[in-house]
Design a protein around this ligand. Structure first.
Ligand SMILES: Cc1cc2nc3c(=O)[nH]c(=O)nc-3n(C[C@H](O)[C@H](O)[C@H](O)COP(=O)(O)O)c2cc1C
Length: 344
């Protein structure tokens, strides 16, 4: 497994994070509210080489919070899976890590990029980028407590035009991080800013461990472009996977230099949406599943005719059977419309 930076031109070659093989080098990014084990499983089946769970609080883990422990649970078929923690006290991180590994994580990731006030105010997430010494202690504490590789996810610093994030990333590597993911935006940019992957390139050229690039990979061809432009070893896809778990397979084809499969038709899109709903019902119960599927259906119908009307109707539903009927009826209508428009 060669490093991209050693001049490898085989972009689809697997990467190794500690002892964990990521094949293809495409990673589902952690997203609070989306990347539960059902969505992770769909993305693995869709072609991701590694999937990440959303951040969980180390304080909640050590306090035995039941909901947090449920969030750590993994499915047998989704591995390798990385579970992400957030916190700001090395002793608590040390105590929480064994529970994360015990729940099935193949990699433990530390969030040093979240800029949500609730997280930042407590000195966690991106606040750690202003405290490199503490961040290194946190990383070292996690490494010490973990029998699986520990990784770190950062942003390009706290504000634009500062470059201390490169040194920061190097310090995390020295503290034992087996890989570093870089979301190219600074904390001050939130989710705004004209896409510019330069910060990923700077970290990639400074580190020996694998660097994964994050931010604005939406189309299959963006994945090889990010690798070529930045020299990163792996590509993370977060929002691009919303309602499109098959994007990973398309991006893997683009990495191999093959023509990616075309966007699937309505049958596959809505079929996967119903599979997603059904798996969530089995995993979390009908009430939680239907609530969660409101946001997810929004993504699955993006760009389809009268998607707004469908979403409003879907938002009213409380039973899987109703969602199934609405979706099947909608697919039939859209297909009938398309065939009448195509008729001579
Ligand atoms: C709704 C939402 C929730 C997110 N939650 C997390 C999280 O829990 N942990 C984390 O490190 N990043 C989180 N992120 C950041 C993403 O992992 C990713 O770095 C960022 O969205 C940029 O990549 P993208 O353009 O592919 O979405 C979240 C992003 C979104 C949009």
């Amino acid at each position: 497994m060669t490093s991209r930076r050693a001049g490898a031109d085989n972009l689809s070659a697997p990467i190794a994070i500690g002892g964990i093989t990521v094949d293809p080098p495409l990673v589902l990014g952690p997203m609070a509210g989306t990347t539960n084990r059902v969505f992770r499983m769909l993305c693995r089946r869709g072609g991701a080489g590694l999937v990440c769970g959303e951040m969980v609080s180390v304080n909640a883990i050590v306090q035995g919070n039941e909901r947090t422990h449920e969030m750590l649970a993994t499915f047998p078929g989704e591995h390798p899976v990385s579970m992400q923690l957030f916190g700001s006290e090395p002793a608590i991180v040390r105590d929480a890590v064994p529970a994360i590994v015990e729940a099935g994580a193949d990699i433990v990731d530390i969030n040093m990029g979240c800029s949500v006030p609730k997280v930042r105010r407590n000195g966690a997430g991106v606040a750690l980028m202003g405290e490199p010494k503490l961040a290194a202690e946190l990383t070292a504490a996690a490494v010490e407590a973990s029998r699986v590789p520990v990784t770190v996810k950062i942003r390009a610093g706290l504000t634009v035009d500062e470059d201390s994030y490169v040194e920061f990333a190097r310090r995390m590597q020295d503290a034992g991080a087996a890989a570093v993911t870089v979301h190219w935006r600074a904390a001050s940019q939130g989710f705004r800013g004209t896409p510019g992957w330069e910060p990923i390139a700077r970290v990639a050229s400074a580190l020996d461990v694998p660097v994964i690039g994050s931010g604005d990979v939406q189309r299959p061809e963006d994945a090889p472009r990010m690798m070529r432009e930045t020299g990163c070893d792996g590509v993370m896809i977060a929002r691009g996977a919303w309602g499109r778990p098959w994007l990973f397979g398309q991006a893997a084809a683009a990495l191999r230099g093959d023509e990616p499969a075309p966007e699937p038709g309505i049958e596959v899109r809505l079929g996967v949406a119903l599979l997603h709903a059904q798996m969530l019902v089995l995993d979390a119960g009908e009430r939680i599943a239907l609530h969660e599927m409101r946001a997810q259906m929004h993504h699955y119908v993006k760009g389809l005719p009268r998607a707004g009307h469908f979403r409003r109707e879907a938002n009213q539903l409380h039973a899987l059977k109703e969602l199934y009927e609405l979706t099947v009826g909608y697919a039939a209508e859209v297909r009938a419309e398309a065939s009448s428009e195509g008729a001579p």
